[in-house]
Design a protein around this ligand. Structure first.
Ligand code: PLP
Length: 303
């Protein structure tokens, strides 16, 4: 919206909670320019049909990978399907730099424009200029009429990431197998021990060709349950287990102000928003801590 585009929403799939590819084409008009699949909670979107639709209608694809670092779809990492992808490395995310993010693209021009945009729209996007590294000299220095280091060619932003964030990020990457592995192990443990709750709770599940990266552990209270999501989350919170709402989007006050009362037009998203929540499966959590979540859910259900 900041770029002057108008978002058009597509309802989600009731199992993966991601954009439902079967509902994309009915939303495409002659004004449509691109598709933004969001890989939610660590689960990749169904990329084959999404890419086919984009190709058919000549649309670009921008993947939102903020919640799904290192997740794969049919053996290919998310963030490598579309024209460009964005990853968040804000502190709540699996690989973090404290604050910041990463863009991936195979398009050299888009990479150059992105580098320029994060640094006030400057002309030179060489490594030396972007990092303002005083120990190195830009190869173009004093060779152009206006010093390219201080020449602005587009309206940009101040979105650079600093060395401190870079250092944290490199360290996180070195530990990525431990981070991602522990999260998957923790999620598998929760799923295994909560198997007996599946008549009332929908646990996360992924097809064989998808590797989920479990930024969190989403649960949805099924229609068959004789209790509300609030009753369960309040019980968990009262036992010192933090829960968070899953997908409040279409009913955000600012969206209501801009788009009106549209949540009811997206019944699956509405169902998840009103019945879903998530608990943690952080790589630092111990089996003992996971057991507290499992035992407390069982205690609630047997009350
Ligand atoms: C799916 C998704 N997209 C985008 C963002 C925004 O990321 P950032 O705060 O790094 O801009 C988040 C943050 O939680 C997210 O979960």
């Amino acid at each position: 919206m900041h770029a002057g585009l108008k978002p058009v929403f597509v309802d989600v799939d009731p199992v993966t909670y991601n954009m439902d590819p079967a509902k994309i084409e009915e939303k495409i008009t002659e004004n449509t320019v691109g598709i933004i699949p969001v890989h939610t909670f660590g689960q990749p979107c169904d990329m084959d049909p999404i890419m086919d639709i984009a190709k058919k209608h000549k649309l670009w694809v921008m993947e939102d990978c903020a919640e799904a670092h290192f997740a794969t779809y049919k053996g290919k990492k998310i963030g490598s399907f579309g024209n460009i992808a964005a990853f968040s490395t804000y502190v709540a995310h699996t690989i973090t730099t404290g604050v910041g993010g990463v863009i991936t693209t195979n398009n050299q021009q888009m990479a150059e424009i992105s580098r320029s945009l994060i640094a006030h729209g400057r002309a030179c996007t060489c490594e030396v200029c972007l990092a303002s590294d005083p120990r190195k000299v830009c190869p173009l220095r004093m060779k152009t009429q206006m010093d390219k280091r201080f020449m602005m060619v587009r309206m940009g932003y101040s979105y650079r990431i600093g060395e401190l964030e870079g250092a944290i990020g490199f360290d996180q990457l070195e530990n990525k197998d431990i981070i991602m592995g522990n999260r998957k192990k923790n999620a598998a443990y929760l799923t295994d021990k909560l198997q007996d709750t599946q008549d009332v709770l929908q646990l996360p599940s992924a097809p064989d060709y998808v590797e989920h990266s479990y930024m969190m552990y989403p649960i949805v209270v099924k229609k068959e349950a004789d209790f509300t999501r609030e009753a369960l989350t309040h019980f968990l919170e009262a036992h010192n287990i933090e829960t968070r709402p899953m997908l409040p989007l279409l009913n955000q006050p600012i969206y209501q102000e801009i788009f009106g009362d549209i949540e009811k037009d997206y019944p699956v998203a509405e169902w998840i928003d009103h019945n879903g929540f998530y608990v943690g499966c952080h790589h630092g959590m111990t089996t003992k801590e996971l057991d507290v979540i499992i035992e407390t859910i069982h205690e609630f259900l047997h009350k």
